[in-house]
Ligand binder design. Structure first.
Ligand code: NA7
Length: 547
């Protein structure tokens, strides 16, 4: 295929200017490749560009989520809070892009509509919604796991005449909540952030909850000048810890199991956990929290007490208590004043298991209990996780095979970065990435992809494609790991269960970073034996491509 007119003809095309795409661009530039980055939005940030709803913030510590590749960058950026709000994160990512002169390589408002592998030249032809066409030897989709919105198929959604936004496509002009009647649908990590952030402004707030979650306090705080100084002094140690941590956090694992402690000690420990920051409640918890149902139940009992103590109306408290799933079975949301909000006279909770939504009308939401008239609907109903964006980009590999067909029964990958039949195509931060602090794991993948591209170039080849055996081994390792007791449960969206018709396959890799590191080391030791490297037919010069 010969493109009519190319806007860019480069070594590498990166898709997505989120945390992973920015870093990938930085790395491949540093390795001397020419590169274009296409971004659908009008600015950088990816998740942190689109999810600008009130209350959106990190639940990984700001300085552990941030880039660690430059000490100067780490030193000069002053995070205001341990868990930064979206505007601060967006500012930070813009700062990084400008500081490292990456913006000139980026094209905004350019959503990839099609990416076709051209076998003869061993390159990708990529079309974007702004009418541009690009050719690149390597295509790297850093399109994120939470970028395709999910709207439930509720009758009448389009009929609503008021203001309506999904948390994952929040407008850049502020939404005025003051004095408005508001419905929030969905109580995952996004819903429980937005609810307390707007409760004081609105006239009324109705929260539509289908599944109650085990919410625990985020325990955010400003970073004091002393802490700022310590962070800077400890940069090397922080980086070393984060580079080695299985989940990419600084939290220190605990060394005791639940029933090794007396009831009194346990209670004190649970209080300590309740007051601990973010993911410490998973990582620094008793070692058996996620593997021993009895241990998990003890902690849940403690949380039930907390909910009943905080929420004054017993009926509301009961509805907020999760039923039928243990702590850690779903992605735990971390909250600031969420349960407390239900003590406000203007906030009410609808349990959709009792009274499901019948339809959205032009003026509100109808359940079996009648119509609740509202001015604003906030859809906090989640995303087509993991594979959503990749399956919608029109990616066509060898022999025109569509990625979404290749993955019709669920994703198949090696290292969560490549799949067979799609040479020179990589997807850091996509399906089969680890659970944990995303930038750390995705950064590992982006690093390895950069080394791989360099290896291909230095070996005089044009194309690289993972072999079927490596893909099968990695994919079955992921599928087996999904059944391990420490994994998220099958009812979590990490299995695609929130999307009707989506194959029920685990979309994370519960073996995490240690397994990734091990396999990368093996790839390097075996001189990339897991992959097939070749010369593009157009460039073979009569030489036989290596087997
Ligand atoms: P989530 O965690 O997928 O939450 C989506 C919420 O929307 C969840 O409460 C769902 O209830 C609810 N939902 C989904 N479909 C419906 C219907 N049909 N009716 C009512 N409610 C529904 O997405 P978030 O945006 O909150 O968080 C995504 C990630 O962002 C999070 O994991 C962090 O990594 C950051 P359900 O539980 O399915 O019953």
């Amino acid at each position: 295929m010969e493109p009519a007119e190319l806007t860019s003809d480069v070594d590498v095309l990166v898709v997505g200017a989120g945390v992973t795409g920015i870093y990938q661009l930085y790395r491949v530039r540093g390795a001397g490749f020419s590169v274009t980055l296409l971004e659908a939005g009008d600015g950088v940030g990816g998740t942190w560009y689109w999810n600008r709803y009130p209350g959106a913030r990190f639940d990984s510590e700001s300085y552990t989520y941030a880039y660690l590749f430059s000490r100067e960058l780490f030193d000069e950026w002053v995070w205001r809070e341990h868990f930064a709000e979206q505007p601060e994160t967006e500012r930070y990512l813009n700062h990084v892009v400008d500081r490292f002169a990456l913006r000139d390589h980026m094209r905004f408002g350019a959503r990839v509509t099609q990416a076709v592998y051209d076998e003869a030249s061993g390159s990708w032809i990529v079309d974007a919604s702004d009418g541009t066409r690009h050719r690149a030897r390597f295509l790297i989709a850093a399109t994120g796991v939470l970028s395709v919105l999910y709207f439930p198929d509720v009758p009448g959604r389009e009929d609503f005449q008021g203001v309506s936004h999904h948390t994952g496509r929040w407008p850049s002009t502020p939404v005025d909540f003051v004095g408005k009647r508001v419905a929030v649908i969905g109580t995952g990590s996004s819903g429980v952030q937005v609810v307390p952030a707007i409760a004081a402004d609105v006239e009324s707030l109705t929260v539509y909850q289908r599944t109650a979650n085990w919410c625990t306090p985020l325990n955010n705080a400003p970073i004091t000048p002393d802490e700022q100084a310590r962070l800077r002094a400890d940069f090397d140690a922080i980086r070393a810890t984060l580079d080695a941590s299985p989940s990419g956090f600084l939290h220190v694992p605990h060394d005791r199991a639940t029933f090794e402690d007396s009831e009194e000690e346990r209670r004190a420990f649970y209080e300590k956990m309740w007051s601990s920051p973010g993911f410490a409640k998973l990582i620094s918890h008793y070692t058996d929290l996620l593997v021993d149902p009895a241990a998990n139940a003890q902690w849940c009992e403690f949380l039930v007490d907390k909910i009943r103590t905080i929420v004054k109306d017993p009926a509301t408290a009961e509805r907020l208590i999760p039923k039928g799933h243990r702590f850690g079975e779903h992605r735990p949301p971390f909250v600031t004043g969420y349960y407390e909000v239900f003590n406000r006279p203007n906030v009410s909770l609808v349990d959709l298991k009792q009274t499901p939504i019948v339809r959205v009308t032009s003026t509100g939401i109808e359940t079996a209990d009648g119509v609740e008239e509202v001015d604003i609907i906030v859809w906090a109903t989640g995303f087509d996780f993991g594979t959503g964006a990749l399956a919608r980009m029109g990616i066509r590999g060898r022999d025109g095979v569509a990625l979404e067909e290749h993955w019709a029964d669920g994703p198949r990958t090696f290292l969560g970065i490549q799949t067979t039949r799609f040479p020179n195509f990589f997807f850091p931060g996509g399906p089969h990435a680890a659970a944990g602090n995303n930038p750390r794991y995705n950064g590992d993948q982006a690093d390895f992809i950069t080394e791989t591209l360099t290896h291909v170039r230095e070996s005089g080849f044009d194309t690289i494609e993972v072999g079927a055996a490596a893909e099968e081994k990695w994919t079955s390792m992921v599928d087996r790991g999904a059944m391990s007791p420490g994994s998220f449960g099958e009812s979590s969206y990490y299995f695609g269960t929130n999307i009707p018709g989506k194959p029920r396959k685990y979309l994370l890799n519960s073996a995490g970073r240690p397994r990734l590191f091990k396999e990368i080391a093996r790839v390097v030791e075996t001189d990339y034996a897991a992959f097939r490297l070749s010369r593009a037919p157009e460039r073979q010069d009569g030489r036989t491509p290596p087997e």
